[in-house]
Design a protein around this ligand. Structure first.
Ligand code: ZN
Length: 203
């Protein structure tokens, strides 16, 4: 399976990192070794002193497709979940300055914690999915699908122009404002439509 991620998909987050609003989705990928499931702890990597949490809605692809048109994209997923796109921000800044790819800062082992999914098969309107992240019991990020620059359907259409999507592939759809560093001992808990959907400790 493949994991894609969308960068700069919320205006306020693009702004907090000093980035312009993109014309097309910013796409990068993580290998399957990035997945961290079942509430297992996240071990801070040695190569960064500034690992940031980015809580994100995650699309789970349910049907194989290539060159999917936006108006049919809804047929390619039935579930939306919650995940974190961990980012070694110090390393990412260095790579960006040199014009190098982001993989080392974004795609490292366990950089993609994944929590619970909700079924959206029977829902027509996906423009109101609230989610957020608490760090040690305090809200640090709160977002809503309504604020995405590129909708789920637009993302699927764009990504499938370049990559065949297969059943089980995941797309992390970008983070709202409020990203910040994690340290050993922090407990992160993600919420999807008001329910706890992801919880783990930083070690
Ligand atoms: Zn992200």
């Amino acid at each position: 399976m493949k994991i894609f991620c969308i960068g700069r998909n919320y205006g306020l987050h693009a702004k907090e990192l000093g980035n312009a609003i993109p014309e097309n989705p910013v796409v990068f990928s993580k290998p399957d070794t990035a997945l961290l499931k079942n509430g297992e702890p996240f071990y801070l990597p040695d190569f960064s002193n500034d690992v940031h949490h980015e809580v994100e809605l995650v699309i789970k692809i349910s049907k194989v497709g290539k060159n999917i048109q936006e108006q049919f994209a809804r047929n390619y997923f039935n579930e939306i979940g919650l995940g974190v796109d961990f980012t070694a921000r110090d390393l990412q800044t260095q790579l960006k300055e040199k014009g190098l790819p982001w993989e080392l800062a974004k795609a490292f082992d366990n950089s993609a914690p994944l929590g619970d999914f909700i079924s959206v098969a029977d829902r027509k309107d996906l423009n109101n999915i609230a989610f957020g992240l608490q760090k040690n019991g305090t809200w640090v990020q709160q977002g809503n699908a309504a604020d995405m620059i590129f909708s789920f359907e637009k993302i699927i259409a764009f990504v499938s122009t370049y990559f065949t999507l297969k059943v089980g592939d995941l797309i992390y759809t970008g983070t709202p404002a409020g990203v910040g560093p994690v340290k050993i001992g922090d407990v992160l808990e993600g919420f999807l439509e008001g329910k706890s959907a992801l919880k783990f400790e930083v070690k």
